[in-house]
Design a binder for this molecule. Sequence first.
Ligand code: ADE
Length: 421
Amino acid sequence: MTAINSDIRDPGLAATGRERIEWAWQEMPVLQELMHRFSESRPLQGMRMSGCLHITTETANLARTLKSAGADLVLCASNPLSTQDDVAAALVEEFGIPVYAIRGESTELYYQHINAALDHQPVITMDDGADLVSTIHKSRRELIPTMRGGTEETTTGVIRLRAMAQQGALEFPILAVNDAMTKHLFDNRYGTGQSALDGVIRATNILLAGKTFVVVGYGWCGRGIAMRAKGHGAHVVITEVDPLRALEASMDGYRVMPLREAARIANFIITATGDKHVVDQSHLEVMNDGCVLANSGHFNVEINIPALEAMSVSHHRPRPSVDEYTLADGRRLRLLAEGRLVNLAAAEGHPSAVMDMSFANQVLCAVYLAGRQEKLENTVHRVPLNIDQQVARLKLTAMQLEIDSLTEEQAHYLASWQEGT
Ligand code: ADE
């Protein structure tokens, strides 16, 4: 019987959840090392923390590591459709970590869960999408005076928080975990590359080879998706608003064109921009019959779903995670995972081996916030470089990869300017 406060689908799922969490753990050697190190020194002893994260096997291993380091942690979901209910059950029943998350929860329940996590009175928040920080600033302001700071996992969250900081509205410091190199170069690129395609394939089981696959946005996530779609034999088209990224996409070997043209030839369109209505009514109007639409960004705003609904005469769900909309002219457009992040809603999110690095950054940033005597300035900070390098070294060691180091002569040469031809 559950003794701790929580709101989960079914405690009876705990045994399955535990098996899957242990499976993921084997792919997370950096977290294993940090757990080993910190279960003795306990740098987070008694720190009240609230995490608003996707409740997955990887997050469960992050939570176990934080708890071993002494943290007093509660979790809630960072998306209504990404919770793995068996993992939530195992966290509560097997690991004694309170969780407020039920897959498919309504928006109302989602925010009730965020507030339940904030009732824990955290001094450190861990966000994936900035919902804890934004709720604290809007309606839980009593928590602000005792906050040491927060961490932010994802690009969209960092964008929101930077906007807050720029407007002078951010009232405690944030570490932008997303911007650590050991995070975005691997998680956003290889993690999204694999898991977004996994979501599209699990949802549709449609062959990608020979199809026209449009990727909207060529940031790190878009780069990863494009790379993996190309590997499947799709004809990949990139659409961008940034001239440098568009140029890079072109020289990486992709066709580049405006979305209004790409929409006419696409069999698949996947968004990875962090922005609103990038796939809009004008694009929906020209798409081919059968076009598959998916989003890989954090929020379900990238595809204009209200416009799609308004244009359609009927819709049905031929498979889980697929809604097929029939338009007045007979064309059918297929929306995956209700426009929510397809990698977590239609698959299991990024593989454990990349989350290992992202979450090692989270642990080390929490330890950094907890250990500081003076509070950081109330703005969005970069992850300290030594944390990034530590994570890279630990990962290399775990992968049994050795690298060279500079000789004294080489170090001296790099630090001097007199020597030339
Ligand atoms: N974000 C993307 N993939 C994830 C995963 N597997 N766990 C937690 N957060 C994620």
